[in-house]
Structures are given as structure tokens and as C-alpha cells.
Design a protein around this ligand. Sequence first.
Ligand code: XLS
Ligand code: CA
Ligand code: CA
Length: 455
Amino acid sequence: MLSFAPTSGDANAKMECAKITSFPVDIKVQFKPDAKPDDVMCFKYYNPTEIIMGKQMKDWLRFSACCWHTFRGTGADPFGFPTLTRPWDDGSNTIDNAKRRLKVAFDFMDKLGIKYWTFHDRDIAPEGDTLEETNRCLDEIVDYALQLMKEKDIKLLWNTCNLFAHSRYMNGASTNPDFHVFAYAAAQVKKSLDIATKMGSENFVFWGGREGYHTLLNTNVRSELDQMAKFFKMVVAYKKKIGFTGQLLIEPKPKEPSKHQYDYDAMTVIAFLKTYGLDNDFKLNIEPNHTTLAGHCYEHDIVMASAYGMLGSVDSNTGSPDLGWDTDQFPMDVKSAALVMKTIVQQGGLTPGGLNFDCKVRRESTDLEDMLIAHIGAMDCFARGLRIAVKIIEDGIMDEAVRERYSTFESGLGAKVKSGTASLDDCVDFILKNGNPKLISGKQEKMEAILNRYL
Ligand code: XLS
Ligand code: CA
Ligand code: CA
């Protein structure tokens, strides 16, 4: 979600801000495999150029920092004022402030060795009173961002449109019952696709926070889903028209801010894409924080999307499964990271997608160094996850156990069923000949115990 820095009326503070053009912690984060546990300003597991399973670690992991949380987050929540004041941000809605923020952001990524970034159109540039004025601001900032990208050799993993914060989108964007709002959203997306093309973005994301409903009493769900599909068809046509080569991605989320969101989870989105004939044009950007919000385990949507060849990218964060809302925390759980990386490695990587840190430091994490520690910790967690995943894959014990579990579909009538050439009558004959099936243990505890040996 977008949040905005506090406005500072203090003229001296504003002048001090204006002088800051780099992230004010002097560091270039290094790989130190022998680091002690409390040395958290270095990587213990992430060694970007080390070759693992035929690829450099940085190419398996493709880390990206996000603008909205990391550089627009203020720590404000529905019950409390901002706690995170950043010395480079004067809180003004000006181009100068937007440029300075971006300059510091690129310096921050450079210090971490992060080679990709992501943004919403409205995080990086001020919104004006009209579409034309807003687009002018955006153009100026995009040109500036292109300079910074070149200077620091940082690429755009994806950009996206904020189609949820402005009051015009309170009833949705493409699913809005009012065509006027649909058209505004389309105009906004067109501009962002032009920007994506100009910036060489490798992907483009749609997250439909208000594409859903609060009550079915005022909602025609079929009309709204048909509208969303038409909107995406227009996007595909425009993508072809301008020659944008990036991957289009949809990001599932079950709820928040809407009570029910149409892009509920991976399988819902895949079914939507297949229903409307859009499945060759889109893949999924999976955020595990949203997966747990949908009532699944952390890696569920990553595994489901990958199983159908639809895993495009990952918003690498976590929620607190004991809560019912979207906390966007930094991913620090090694076991989850290992399971995610196992799926990613087994599908051959995420390119052109990546691991985007759609995460915010806690409201209480008020030191500037917390921003660095959070990213370093999350990068190292996924690097360790990658190392563990590769070991599990190379040993093959767990995959062999799963293969063996389905082996009765590899020969005889099982194989005929698998190839689609068997009938119900064949199955009856099989049972008459072979009698009742035996109970075969699922071996859950054995699998859990084996996994623990790798962690
Ligand atoms: C919100 C989403 C959002 C998308 C991009 O919950 O995670 O930030 O990733 O609009
Ligand atoms: Ca996200
Ligand atoms: Ca989220």
C-alpha cells in the first residue's frame, strides 16, 4: 500500500534535507561467510557471483527493492501517526523531493548490491489535478530514474499502476460499475505501459486491491469479471501495438482492502485467465503474505502457479499467519525460503521475474540502519534457502519419495489412465481382478524429519 511521508513545516529541516543525496550510512555490504551471529551488516550466505547449479547466485535470486514501502513508508497505521522520518524527505509533494528520494533509493540499492527495483506510478512522482499534469510529472521523474538506472547499473524488474489509493477508485478500477472510472484506469495503464517500454521493464504487474466487492447486494459479479477480462484484452492489444516485451503479471490477494477480491489466490487467477483466454499472455506474481491471508501455507501459491507453468515472479515477503491482515514483513524464515527456492530452482529460475522485497520495516524499527538490516537479512535468508534447496534437489531423496508415491500411475492400467486411454469399465475389471486397495502410509512425519536434516 502507498503511504505518505509526514509534512514538515520546519524550514531548517527542509534545508537540511535538500543537502542529502545519498543514503546516510557508509557501507558497501560484503559477503563474510565467517561472520558472527550479531554481525548483521554483511551477508553470510549471499555471495552474488558464486556458481550454484550452473548459475550465479544473483541470477537465481534476482533481488529487487520496492519504492512504495522502502522509500514511501512512514510507519503510519490506522491507529497511529508516522514514526519513520527520513532525513532526505521533506514531506513535500514536489518534484525536487521525489527526485531526491529516488537518488537516495538508488544509492541504497547500490550499497546492498540489489540490481532491480519496482515502483507504482504514484510512488515515484506527484499526482497533479489532471491526467496531463500527472503524466508530465511522471515523464520528468522517469527521465531522471533512467539516468540513475544507468549510473548504478540497476534495472527495472516491474512497474505497476496504483489503481486503488485515489478516491475515484473506491468502487474498483476495471471492475468499477462506472465506465468513466474504467476509462481513467485504462488511460493510467496505457501511460505506465509506455513507461515500462521506455525503461526496458522486464515485467508489468497488476494488483487488483479494489477489484472485488464489499457486498453482493449492490454487485453484478459477472459484469465486473467480464469488464476485468476486457480490460486485460485491451492491455494485451496495446502491449503488442507498442512492442512491449516484458511479461504481464497478475498478483493474487484474497482480501484487504476489499472484503472479497476477485484475484483471490493462484488457482482463482489461473482459472480466470483460462476462462477468458488470457492464459498465454499473463503469468502470476505471487506474494506469500497474500497466500497465507487466503488460508494456505506459505509456499502453496508458488507451488500451484509453478505446477501450471504460471509462476512469473515473487513478492518476497511474509505475513504473520496468526493475524488476519497484510503485514508485509521481511522474509526471515529459512525453511519457507528453502521450500520456495526449491520450486524456483526446479522450474529453472524466475527470469524475467525476480524476488521483489514488497516489505516494510516495522513501525517500531525507527533507525536508518534497520532498512539495511532488513534487506540484508532477507537476502541472506533466501540465499541460505537457495543453498538448502539445491542440496535437497541434488540428493534427490525427497523428490524420489514423492515420485515413488505416484509410481502406480507409471505402469499397467495406471499408465493408461494417465495417458487418457482408460475407461470406467477398465477400472471395474481391475478391481474385480485385484480386490480392495491396501492402506499406504503418506509418510508425512518422515518427510518433515528429512526436511529438518537439511535446514
Ligand atoms: C498490496 C500489493 C501491492 C502490489 C503492487 O498488497 O502487495 O503492493 O504488489 O500493487
Ligand atoms: Ca505485492
Ligand atoms: Ca502485501
